[in-house]
Design a protein around this ligand. Structure first.
Ligand code: ACO
Ligand code: LMR
Length: 619
């Protein structure tokens, strides 16, 4: 045990072993309420954190970052002002980590929270701490508190409880007990019957605590700010006889109120083991009754039962005749925890994002309300699932199949097309999958693959406005706009695009209506008279057939929905989704081939730069 009677001050800082977010927040809330200058948590040790980092937590209404380290050495070296280690490690690692802390000069106090630390190890810890002139509190403890100054972990419970028990301001009573739960009760009793707690320690319920009742009482005796001592003993062990001795020998002169709990044990037949490992009377001397009697005999104030513990504390305090003015320290409002309030339905906030297609708040994601397990168990076709996520509709069979055919048809068209080419060039420049595929996707546009939506728009409008195919072509020519979905670089009337042939065949066999396709084919007849390659291309065919699909679905799609699907460019997504499959393939292909950086051959470029003289340079 450290010789210094003052273990903690308003400046004490701790390092927390293991990331205990709740305990840390409670310590910081306490600090904030006590108007401490600096948070009492200096750092956190998380042995599992690969690279350290920071823990984000609240300081009042603001958020602050507390550094995380992987080990004690690093943390203590960086935070030399932290002289307390609050060790939340498991009962297995509590011993080695606490021993390590006792060897580090900057630590004066080590608090061990874990229950179940083997007795032999607990004894070694206590002995080593003595040797090092350091203090161990615990094992199996909730910790302790310097009222208005420093709080260990979860001591005192919630911040509301702490304020209700006046623990945010300093009083004159030094308290020690074995039990953490009982100490919370005692803090409340002390608050009601005195000018408040000065400091309270729960030494923990094990048979071999790192520091003992008498050691803490002697600290309080030495501390001029402590005017009276209050103690809660426990059945089992002979620790309380040390208090008897100290009072008898005059080592303790301040008034002591003490109650040894567990008097009920004598009413029971046989040996009784209470919750704590050390709470059983091995001999008559260890019974609560015997200990209370011995304490009383030397002048310790011992109540008749726990019921008049508060009364005895009050009487003893009043006899001190302290000139204390009970000043009510103003407490800064403690912001409520949003999560907690939300759980209690006491708070609402407007959301920033609306999502109407997927819900992941439950046990499994819902696709347009349908549990994902249903999607899998029913072996739902991909086309139907796309219907759920894109349109929030259960598409009829022919429509779902159509979407799947489109995805298969557009999956790839060789390395020479714009998108695949860019993917290949990017892959060969050493970029990753995402970058290479993104560069391919970014190529999709009104001339390449991204004419699906445009085709639906152009042909849809022409039909809606009652234009004949010829009027439509003339109208577009007059506007100087190429009809989206018409024309191809290599496909022509004499070299037809198989994809278009297949789509037309499927639609004729499966679609209830093909009005838009038929119209587009009439347009094609005319454009082909101008040039052989002005065919209805794959983008155009997909686009007009989607208009037929929507029309064939009766009132499944409202007029507004049809407009939006075209307007927002959703139909280009069909090509984009399909072609991504091929682009990923090209990326892997180039990597497998270990292809080197691509450089376009210079003899494939016509160089035609200006003459500098024409620009006004005199060379
Ligand atoms: N509508 C009307 N006239 C057209 C169209 C069209 N869609 N496409 C080409 N023409 C005309 C041009 O006006 C030009 O006429 P001119 O000789 O009187 O000046 C002539 O055909 C040649 O035009 P180019 O642009 O040189 O034709 P190219 O074969 O290079 O273009 C392309 C092919 C880019 C596909 C073009 O036809 C086009 O822009 N089409 C519309 C966009 C489209 O559907 N793209 C998707 C293609 S399929 C795919 O990428 C998967
Ligand atoms: C494709 O699907 O990528 C092609 O139709 C485009 C092309 O230029 O051949």
């Amino acid at each position: 045990m450290n010789n210094d009677y003052q273990l903690f001050t308003r400046k004490t800082r701790a390092i927390i072993f293991n990331l205990q977010a709740n305990a840390i927040q409670r310590m910081l809330d306490f600090d904030y309420v006590c108007k401490r200058e600096k948070p009492s948590v200096a750092a956190i040790i998380n042995p599992n954190a690969k690279r350290g980092g920071y823990h984000k937590t609240f300081w009042g209404t603001k958020e602050i970052l507390i550094p995380i380290y992987q080990n004690l050495t690093e943390a203590s070296a960086k935070h030399q002002d932290a002289d307390v280690l609050i060790n939340f490690s498991s009962f297995r690692s509590a011993y080695p980590t606490s021993m390590e802390a006792l060897d580090i000069d900057t630590f004066r106090t080590v608090v061990i929270i874990a229950e179940g630390v083997p007795e032999r190890r607990a004894r070694k810890l206590a002995a080593y701490a003595k040797l090092k002139n350091k203090t161990v509190i615990g094992p199996a403890t909730v910790g302790g508190i310097l009222a208005g100054g420093f709080k260990i972990g979860n001591t005192g419970g919630t911040i509301q409880n702490i304020i209700a028990s006046g623990l945010h301001k300093s009083g004159s009573v030094g308290f020690v007990s074995k039990s953490g739960g009982m100490s919370n009760e005692a803090y409340n009793i002390i608050h009601k019957n005195t000018d408040g707690l000065y400091e309270g320690i729960a030494i923990g319920g094990d048979a071999n605590p790192g520091s003992t009742l008498i050691e803490h009482l002697l600290r309080y005796e030495a501390n001029p700010k402590v005017k009276m001592l209050v103690c809660l003993g426990e059945v089992g062990g002979t620790e309380e006889y040390k208090i008897v001795e100290a009072v008898k020998s005059g080592k303790i002169t301040k008034p002591v109120v003490c109650w040894v709990t567990g008097t009920i044990a004598s009413k029971m037949t046989g040996e009784v083991q209470f919750g704590h490992a050390g709470a059983k009377a091995g001999s008559d001397k260890e019974t609560a009754g015997a200990k209370n009697k011995a304490l009383k005999e030397v002048g310790v104030v011992v109540p008749e039962s726990f019921d008049d513990y508060g009364e005895k504390i009050r009487e003893t305090f009043e006899k001190l005749n302290l000139k204390t003015v009970k000043t009510e320290k103003t407490v800064p409002p403690i912001p409520e925890d949003y999560k907690q309030l939300k759980a209690e339905s006491k708070v609402r906030k407007p959301t920033n994002i609306i999502c109407t297609i997927t819900d992941d708040t439950g046990e499994e994601p819902l696709y347009a309300g349908l549990p994902m397990s249903k999607v899998i168990e029913s072996n739902m076709p991909l086309g139907e699932m796309i219907g759920l996520l894109w349109f929030k509709k259960k598409l009829p069979d022919f429509a779902a199949k159509y979407i799947e055919i489109v995805l298969r048809l557009t999956a790839d068209h060789g390395p020479c097309v714009s998108g695949a080419h860019n993917t290949i060039v990017t892959a060969r420049a050493g970029r990753d999958l995402m970058s290479a595929v993104a560069s391919g996707i970014l190529t999709i546009g009104p001339r390449f693959g991204g004419a699906v939506s445009g085709a639906a728009k152009h042909f849809g409008n022409a039909i809606a406005q009652g234009m004949t195919p010829l009027e439509f072509i003339k109208y577009m020519k007059a506007k100087g706009v190429n009809i989206q979905g018409i024309g191809h670089r290599i496909k022509s009337a004499t070299n037809p695009d198989v994809r278009v042939t297949l789509l037309k065949k499927f639609a004729k066999e499966n679609f209830p209506k093909t009005t838009h396709l038929d119209y587009a084919l009439e347009v094609e007849k005319i454009t082909l008279t101008k040039r052989n390659n002005l065919i209805l291309n794959v983008d155009g065919c997909i686009g007009v057939l989607f208009l037929d699909l929507m029309e064939s679905c009766g009132d499944l799609f409202s007029e507004k929905e049809k407009e939006e699907i075209i307007e927002f460019g959703i139909l280009n997504g069909l090509f984009m989704l399909g072609r991504t499959i091929g682009m990923i393939g090209h990326y892997f292909d180039q990597n497998r081939l270990r292809s080197r950086l691509y450089r376009h051959p210079m003899d494939d470029v016509l160089y035609d730069t200006p003459d500098p003289k024409d620009l006004g340079y005199d060379l």
